[in-house]
Design a protein around this ligand. Sequence first.
Ligand code: HEM
Length: 630
Amino acid sequence: MKCFGLSSCLTVTCAAATPSARPRIKLTVPKVPRFSTSRRLVLLPPRRLNEKFVCRAMSVDTVIDAMQPLYAKAVTSLPGPLADLVRNTLGEQLNVLGVLLAFVVIFVSFMLSARAFGGEKKNLPPSIPGGLPILGNMLQMTDKRPHKTFFKWAQEHGPIFHVKTGSINNVVINSADLAKEVMVTNFDSISTRRMTTAMWILTEKKMVAMSDYGDEHRMLKKMVVGNLLGITTQRANRGIREDALNTMIDDIFKDLKGTEGMVDIRECIKYALFPFSMRQVFGYAPEKLFVEGIGELGKWDIFNILVIDPLKHVIEVDWRNFFPALSWVPNSALETRVKNTHDRKLKVVGALIEEQRKQLQTREPTKCYADIVLTEFPNLSPILLKHSIWEPIIESADTTLVTSEWALYEIAKDPKMQERLYSEIISVTGNKRMVTEDDLPNLPLLEAIVKETLRHYAPVTLLPPRYVSADVKIGGYDIPKDWDVLINIYGINWDPKVWKNPEVWNPDRCLGDKSLDLGIKDFRILSFGGGKRMCAGMTQAFAIIPMNIAAIVQHFELTLPPNENVNAQDTVYLTSHKLHPLRAFARPRVSQRLPKGQTSSSLDDSSSQRCPAHGSSLQDTPANGCPAKI
Ligand code: HEM
């Protein structure tokens, strides 16, 4: 094999395979002065091979000099986003020899995988045409929102198709029936997460949401559902949620004084939600915290370190994830960036835990999650402890905010719908008291608004990849072991075979549809996932989101400023945010926050909370946030 016209530096040898042994390729870099030891890579191709490739170069310096212009040319000729990616990752961090090795190994793995596909007769799902050698379909995915590209392809090629990203084979699922086959029927073979470098560093696979299915996962999920996200604890935490709601409404009244009626709705929700998520974990929301190695932090510094920075960095793209054979190549800039974020987060969580431990020496444990974990689970390893405490903070401070904001945006855009919702609320509460969670079962339009918003603006548009650990059949197609499964929630929620005009936000389509349970049995709206890995925080989400919407609409009439419509694009961090924070005119309907008042059902605790996703009353369940689990 010729290596870019150079001679005598690299030797790539492909050893002959015996029928019983798997073949191996050795790639050796002899006598390279830049490395103290020679680097060796062993590849495990799927099929037998019996060739020998030799690349020659005169010396390492000659290789480096020769590669410099080639590399620069290659990068300039790439389309914008990919060139950025290559510059930011390859360009900054690899020396030129690394680039040379990269090209060689990518080429070899491509040859091998091409041979692997050629030999076997499998009924594979249709491939997206136009893919390139080595890169696969990557250059066709220039939109930073891959769920939209997949949705478009699903309309052209059907609900299941094969996409190649580098050397990774992905099957993309875009329909409810096929998703059920993945998440329920074939769960045992598709239960493991494929992690990107950033996800690995930030979660260490120690969170419920990111760990592989198994004993540790089940133990952690049971702990968080049984002591925080289950219905009994959620019922007990109702007071904290009400405080958060009061703070939000008071803040909007305060903001109105200085801004001629214009309010930043996202800020108001955020200012209420983060203290709420800290209180449900620690029993209080710290205003200040001293962290060894970082210094004195205020409330919003803590928010940035625990929530914003991890969300920003978890989506960092590492080109090596598309070419696992090259995972040995250093990408230190990315790793350092993400690791710094991770270390700061662990330091802050560690300091919060130490503070909690100190408090526990002077008082009895309370019912807050941190006290329960510290006293009842003393054998958790330090790292599991930190992740268990951090997980509910980041999860409750983001997804519910995103959904509430999109719903209020649509409501502000649609005065008729807003008026219908206001009338529904007032018909239940009157105008002397504030809406409460007890009222939720009597507010069907509100429930439909929440469901339609979750359909139209799913916060998690594409589930983190799941790895196929044994050959399976999906939709009649063979899905080979080692492939990744990408479940496109957005594609399922917008499936035109299920939803007429899916691009239109129309709560009436969900009104009165009793079977719509968001993934418990009915997979038409799959925003919380489904099966055994379904979201554990669904109960909490259904307590927070409708209450945010109802309380705001009960107190204020919202209208959008003229440019707001134009700004209503989305962007994807880990969740799909509104690109610009929602700013709206808020005309008060009452002069101040309405008092809590007393509702007829608030006296009867057994009927006081229902899970609006499926309308049944909330009872305890050990394994999931909602009672009716598959
Ligand atoms: C609108 C709100 C929310 C949405 C749309 C949402 C969505 C999701 C999705 C799509 C998954 C992955 C499911 C899968 O892989 O099949 C998930 C998992 C999870 N979510 Fe949520 N979530 C929300 C709120 C919350 C909240 C408030 C919490 C907790 C405070 C939470 C805790 C979890 C946990 C622990 C998991 C992991 C479950 C497992 O892997 O077994 N979620 N969520």
